[in-house]
Ligand binder design. Structure first.
Ligand code: ZN
Length: 80
């Protein structure tokens, strides 16, 4: 068993409303950020780099890239 390793962890960093392409209606979304962590004995100890972000529809669970038109329109509408 190796002491050092790495692991990708997804963390929720935001939320809002967007027009879900799959449902063609306004839905709540979560914004997630994926980050690679350095691990020791499988325990995350040090964040290494951000590997990406994704928007996930709260209702249908589909995911989209925040750079798309979908998420660009969504960012300005925080969930109350
Ligand atoms: Zn949806």
């Amino acid at each position: 068993m190796s002491i050092w390793g790495s692991k990708s962890i997804r963390r929720r960093v935001g939320s809002g409303l967007f027009l879900c392409p799959a449902e063609s209606t306004e839905r709540a979304y979560w914004l997630f950020r994926m980050r690679t962590w350095l691990t020791i004995f499988s325990i995350p100890v040090l964040p290494v780099k951000v590997t990406g972000e994704q928007v996930e529809c709260f209702c249908c669970g589909n995911t989209y890239k925040p750079g798309s038109a979908v998420a660009a329109g969504a960012r300005g509408l925080p969930l109350a």
